[in-house]
Write a protein that binds this ligand. Structure first.
Ligand code: SIN
Length: 481
């Protein structure tokens, strides 16, 4: 932990730790407002240096065999597991996640590296039956080239490894740009990449101004691919900016997940599932249940049991092992949550538990909150809250649940609780969401596709699909005469 408290961290470009001469950005602990460390405020010049390095390294990295690249990734996987505790402590200090969740995230992050270390060996080409006896038709696979990965603060390890794992396995080199709110986990991850022995320039880390770094990336035609997790608003800007060079894009954007509890649900299981989904990372997760629709037959029973469970969740500094709900990331995050609750109450909803910020040790905490009798007119049912607030709306039929669930431009995750196979299947088939948890509040895993429909993104990360985004198909027609 001494390292975490050390004042200044560096960027990593072409095998060198650099950035001492630059001004720095503060990283503060949202649980108490204290300074955790500083990182260099890099911009266009440093990004260009990183692109130069990644472009040069690409020439040799892309020529290694899949088995050689897999060897580096396996070493990194092992190092992530060996350094799990230190990474988790850094994460909790810089962005407030309860320590047990941080440990879980490091294991989750490592699982992407392990998965893609293997998937890289399964990038198969094709031989296609020919229409002419003198031709052979083949599809060869090539890495897309230099990749830039721009990641959010809420999963500072896993969002990076979900991108770097497939990129590196496919033969791409990478420039990582972590969020300014939680870059120290990325610095530690970079240290582990160095220890794993990746050749210079294969993995680079740039910290600093998002607009300047993204601007330099967008201008440079050597960067062939952007992979981004963040808001839909920023995703749309990246789509526009990438148009000039037709850069490849993978986008994992905002969510506004509906969670449906039908009359035949196992209510205790539903309560457990909603707690897992809604309160993970204090509700600051793209796939968190954001609006809860409960059928009339189990509404009262669900609200009562759920509120009881929520009251048990301890709020506080995530370094305390018994804490379940840490702080929000910053004051703006807290203000948004407060506004969603106030708007719902002003329009007639009832707070069952919570409902207020908690002033504690200079941190930005909000009490885990249950609001009942909400309706679609309330902001909390229209926008992603990104906080520990569970709004519950009573619905009459499964058709109404489907209609309300789909009434959004977002399509990342949805949840259904029903013990009836036919009913559950019918409902899920009509939901326009890329991920569905059926009687499951925690569907994420390395081996499955993660991504959204509609304005929630483009492409899928994880699973066997996750590597496709880093590969180009090259069709080769071979004349044999
Ligand atoms: C996210 O919030 O985007 C990540 C959540 C997950 O991978 O489960």
């Amino acid at each position: 932990m001494d390292k975490v408290k050390a004042k200044h961290y560096a960027m990593h470009i072409n095998g060198e730790w650099i950035g001492d001469a630059l001004d720095s950005l503060n990283v503060t602990n949202p649980a108490n407002g204290q300074l955790v460390g500083t990182v260099p405020n890099g911009g266009e010049a440093e990004t260009k240096q990183a692109i130069n390095a990644a472009h040069k390294a690409y020439q040799s990295w892309s020529q290694l065999t899949a088995y050689e690249r897999s060897g580096y990734l396996k070493r990194l996987h092992q190092l992530l597991l060996e350094n799990k505790e230190e990474l988790a402590q850094i994460m909790t200090l810089e962005m407030g996640k309860p320590i047990n969740e941080s440990r879980g995230e490091v294991a989750y992050a490592a699982s992407f590296i392990e998965w893609f270390a293997e998937e890289g060996k399964r990038i198969y080409g094709e031989t296609i039956p020919s229409h002419a006896s003198g031709k052979r038709l083949q599809v060869w696979k090539k890495p897309v080239g230099v990749v830039a990965a721009i990641t959010p603060w809420n999963f500072p390890a896993a969002m990076l490894t979900r991108k770097m794992g497939p990129a590196l396995a496919a033969g791409c080199t990478i420039i990582m740009k972590p969020s300014g709110e939680s870059p120290l986990t990325a610095v530690k991850l970079m240290e582990l990449c160095e220890e794993a022995g990746f050749p210079n320039g294969v993995v680079n880390l740039v910290t600093g101004s998002s607009s300047k770094i993204a601007g330099a990336i967008m201008k440079d035609d050597r960067v062939r691919k952007i992979t981004f997790t963040g808001s839909t608003e920023v995703g749309k800007i990246l789509i526009r900016q990438s148009a000039d060079q037709v850069k490849r894009l993978s986008l994992e954007l905002g969510g506004h997940a509906p969670l449906i509890v039908l009359d035949d649900a196992n209510v205790d299981l539903a309560v457990k599932g909603v707690i897992a989904s809604k309160f993970r990372n204090a509700g600051q997760t793209c796939i968190c249940a954001n609006r809860i629709y409960v059928q009339a037959g189990v509404y009262d029973q669900f609200v009562e049991k759920f509120a009881e469970a929520v009251k048990q969740l301890k709020v506080g500094d995530g370094t305390d092992e018994s804490v379940a709900i840490g702080p929000l990331i910053n004051q703006a995050g807290l203000d948004k949550v407060k506004y969603h609750v106030q708007d719902a109450v002003a329009k007639g909803a009832t707070v069952v538990t919570g409902g207020e910020p908690i002033t504690q040790d200079g941190g930005v905490f909000f009490a885990p909150t249950v609001i009942k009798d909400v309706d679609q007119s309330m902001v909390v049912m229209q926008e992603e809250t990104f906080g520990p607030v569970a709004p519950i709306q009573k619905i009459a039929t499964e058709d109404e649940a489907v209609k309300l669930a789909n009434e959004t431009p977002y399509g990342l995750a949805a949840y259904v609780f029903s013990e009836n196979v036919a009913k559950g299947t019918r409902v899920i088939e009509q939901l326009d969401f890329g991920i569905v948890g059926w009687n499951d509040g925690a569907p994420s895993a390395a081996q499955v596709p993660f991504g959204g429909m509609k304005e929630s993104g483009i492409g899928r990360e994880g699973g066997h699909e996750g590597i496709d985004a880093f590969i180009e198909s090259q069709y080769v027609s071979i004349g044999m005469e």
